[in-house]
Design a binder for this molecule. Structure first.
Ligand code: ATP
Length: 267
């Protein structure tokens, strides 16, 4: 597949050779207080790939993430997730779509007093009758699924440990297991390793990479660590000053492009 040079952006052509897309973003723009933060972004995440979103601080990565599921409303442009035009959805349909996306955040967002397995079971809330939730009596199949998801992130032995007693890396793995338990096809991970030590960071990226390569998830993950992105990503999308700078296979993101991406951001 041909990579897309920063000056000749044409993500759709490249995707046409790449199979179906989990996310297609077309001409998406967002301004805050009259200042353009995302400027006509067009990019895509092919199904079953681990795609990393890179770019200097303030380039618009989090805003793009939020626009994908309209946690922030884009001003113009469209987002299509697994064939559904998100930007055209009414509120109830939008809620349903968000339930089909596994979110992984920098801050883990776990209930600290709950065990790891109960945190993973939270992913099943939408599919569980209220009385079962109130009594914390989840169906046996859900409990088995939650344990299997913890097993897949290497945390079976910590299943009944309270979240607050787990290390940061383990907590993030519980959050990923929760996304797996949602049985969503798409995982959006916004800076999932920013508060982790190097070993835990690699561990989390290995799990996300495996989720895409072996378990059929499509993963979009924003990172600050360009070296890790180059090592783990199938594909890289890079933003600079609110514009699309690169969208192509990780192997085509050359040292020169890395240098250029971050050059403008340095004093
Ligand atoms: N709700 C908001 N209101 C006003 N400005 C905002 C808002 N959210 C983000 N911005 C601005 O938009 C720009 C892009 O922010 P964003 O958080 O998307 O960048 P980022 O690439 O994720 O940065 P970082 O890597 O530091 O997290 C920044 O200048 C930020 O101050």
């Amino acid at each position: 597949m041909k990579s897309i040079a920063p000056t000749t952006l044409s993500p759709y052509q490249s995707l046409a050779q790449d199979g179906p897309a989990a996310i297609i973003v077309r001409e998406l723009s967002k301004a805050f207080n009259g200042r353009m933060v995302l400027d006509r972004i067009s990019c895509a995440v092919p199904k079953g790939q681990f795609v990393v979103l890179l770019g200097p601080s303030g380039c618009g990565k989090s805003t793009l993430f939020r626009c994908l599921t309209r946690l922030v409303e884009p001003d113009t442009g469209t987002v299509v997730i697994n064939g559904t035009e998100v930007t055209a959805l009414k509120p109830s349909a939008l809620k349903a779509l968000r339930r089909q996306v596994g979110f992984v955040f920098q801050q883990f967002n776990l209930v600290k007093r709950f065990s790891a397995v109960d945190n993973v079971l939270a992913a099943r809330l939408a599919a569980t009758p209220l009385w079962r939730v109130l009594l914390r009596r989840f169906a046996a199949a859900d409990r088995q699924l939650a344990l299997a998801c913890l097993d897949s992130v290497g945390l079976m032995d910590q299943a009944y440990q309270r979240a607050e007693r787990l290390s940061g890396g383990q907590q993030q793995r519980v959050a990923i297991a929760r996304a797996f338990a949602q049985q969503a096809e798409l995982i959006l991970a916004d800076e999932p390793i920013s508060s982790l030590d190097p070993e835990s960071s690699e561990n989390v990226l290995q799990i996300l990479q495996r989720a895409a390569r072996e378990q059929g998830f499509s993963v979009l993950c924003s990172l600050h660590q360009v070296d890790l992105a180059a090592r783990y990503a199938d594909r890289i999308i890079a933003l600079r000053q609110g514009r699309l700078f690169f969208d192509g296979p990780a192997s085509a993101f050359t040292p020169d492009l890395r240098e250029e991406l971050y050059r403008a951001a340095r004093p």
